[in-house]
Design a protein around this ligand. Structure first.
Ligand code: PNW
Length: 495
């Protein structure tokens, strides 16, 4: 691409987006940025850390990752976390969302063997954050299951995993809870379950679409609820923190205003967001009725003895619902949804259970990631849907961001943040929705799962060819820093 073409594309990009609002974020609105252990830490086998499913997956099937990359060293945050904190300080963010590596703390996954050096790593990180006035937002599980637990079946093994996760969560509350006040049990369980145990493209690479992926979700939801109750009963009084589970969703826009397309789009979001959110965040609890009905019906026709979707007992429904102190939402993009006749019985799977057509408009602006189109208005609609469907919870956006190829002059990322934040602000100010925080994904370029180091989401560039993993601020870091400081997205905001 020559410079003229780039210039032309940026102009069209600007024209395609509405003017960002000149309103200001509320005084107490919180801004942060995020990473995850496997994506940034490195130190994969240092100081007693055990192997996790991403270590095993990237080492055993290197060809499944772009350029055979892995997270062995990644951003080397295991050694460079103090530099990361300097970056956070410079950005002026209120909080840093990061995740604990389960196998760094418990090398074999269970609490009989604790790795003190791993514990100290997180204690030091948390202490340094607090000393610099940055609130730690801690995710317990961002996809890196200890490999020994996968060897016993992993997440689809409900009987094994609920108690093991509960033990791990209790240990984390005990070790870090005097300093950590914001906990997220799971990050984007849909990616864990559907990509890891359904399509089998993510670690651990199990292909059991619509069977194990549903069992996995069942386990995760129960594990979350148990961890929440442990916090409630054993820690809340003394530690006074807040617990949530991060669920991701695109916005799904009906392809037309026909009743059928509207029904199809609603079904799609119930199968993606509702799958995890309904049992926890909906006042009635349980899976969405549309999932229960459709999966039962198709399972029967397919000759299964009972529904492929596991059932919660009524006691379990009561135990799980309401296990949150705020709703945490990751969102990046939008798809259009069109009604079709149900897929014929034959192929068992999640997408057949849904039976809709989802697509992205070719005119939408792209990022470097095939799935991530820039559709800021979709976020406002999603926030409105979440607010209405789950009875007006407090919402924190726990991830949102844009990928490119790592350039320092990252105008595309600035436009993305400016316009997504503008829509979030309109949801607060115009639609009256209680969004209280926003998290930019990501603090720095990192290991982007199957895409290795080819797609970059960072506010800071990381030089992966340099053994120092030098970090350099991008233009978007300056933009975000200004937004955090002024609560304003444009040059001049109204008062
Ligand atoms: C999130 N999709 O994952 C994760 O929480 C991060 O670890 C990740 O780096 C970030 O988004 C950017 O990808 C997603 O295919 C992965 O729709 C894939 C999808 C969405 C989110």
């Amino acid at each position: 691409m020559n410079l003229n073409t780039v210039f032309f594309l940026l102009i069209t990009l600007r024209l395609a987006l509405a003017e960002p609002t000149n309103k200001k974020f509320p005084e107490n609105f919180l801004f942060g940025t995020a990473t995850a252990s496997y994506q940034v830490e490195g130190g994969w086998n240092e100081d007693g850390k055990g192997e996790n499913i991403w270590d095993y997956f990237t080492h055993t099937y290197p060809d499944r990752i772009a350029n055979q990359a892995n997270g062995d060293i990644a951003c080397n945050s295991y050694h460079k976390y103090l530099e990361d904190i300097e970056m956070l300080k410079d950005l002026g963010v209120h909080f840093y969302r990061f995740s604990l590596s389960w196998s760094r703390i418990l090398p074999e996954g269970h609490i009989e063997k604790i790795n003190q050096v791993g514990v100290d790593y997180y204690k030091n990180l948390i202490k340094a954050l607090k000393e610099n006035g940055i609130e730690p937002y801690v995710t317990l599980y961002h996809w890196d299951l200890p490999q020994p637990l996968q060897e016993k079946g992993g997440w689809p093994n409900t009987d094994l995993m609920v108690d093991l996760f509960a033990d791990y969560a209790r240990l984390a509350f005990t070790l870090f809870g005097d300093q950590v006040k914001y906990w997220m049990t799971f990050n984007e369980a849909k990616q864990t379950c559907q990509l890891g145990y359904g399509y089998g493209v993510f670690a651990p690479g199990i292909q059991s679409n619509g069977i194990d992926s549903y069992k996995c979700a069942h386990t995760v939801i129960k594990s979350h609820a148990k961890a929440y109750h442990i916090y409630d009963e054993e820690f809340r009084k003394t530690q006074n923190g807040r617990v949530s589970m991060v669920i991701d969703s695109d916005w799904f826009e009906p392809a037309s205003d026909s009743d059928k397309d509207i029904e199809a789009a609603e079904r799609k979001i119930q199968f993606t967001f509702g799958w995890y959110a309904n049992p926890i965040y909906h006042p009635d609890g349980n899976y969405p009725q549309v999932m229960i009905d459709r999966i039962a019906e198709r399972s029967k026709k397919e000759g299964f003895e009972k529904s492929r979707l596991p059932e919660f007992t009524s006691d379990e429904i009561d135990y799980i619902k309401g296990t949150f102190d705020f709703l945490s939402l990751n969102t990046y993009t939008t798809s259009m949804v069109k009604w079709i006749d149900d897929y014929p019985i034959g192929n068992v799977g999640y997408d057949n259970d849904i039976s809709v057509v989802a697509y992205q408009d070719p005119s939408w602006n792209s990022s470097a990631s095939s799935w991530l189109k820039v559709v800021p208005w979709g976020t406002r609609k999603l926030i409105n849907w979440v607010d209405k469907t789950y009875n007006h919870p407090e919402i924190v956006i726990t991830e949102n961001g844009f990928s490119d190829y790592g350039e320092l002059d990252d105008e595309g990322r600035i436009l993305y943040y400016q316009n997504y934040l503008s829509n979030i602000l309109e949801a607060i100010k115009e639609d009256g929705i209680n969004v209280t925080g926003y998290t930019a994904w990501s603090l720095m370029d990192n290991f982007e799962w199957l895409n290795g180091y080819t797609e970059k989401f960072g506010l800071y560039q990381v030089d992966f060819d340099d053994e120092n993993r030098t970090r350099t601020p991008k233009k978007s870091a300056d933009f975000y820093k200004k937004v955090v400081a002024t609560k304003c997205l444009v040059n001049q905001c109204e008062d």
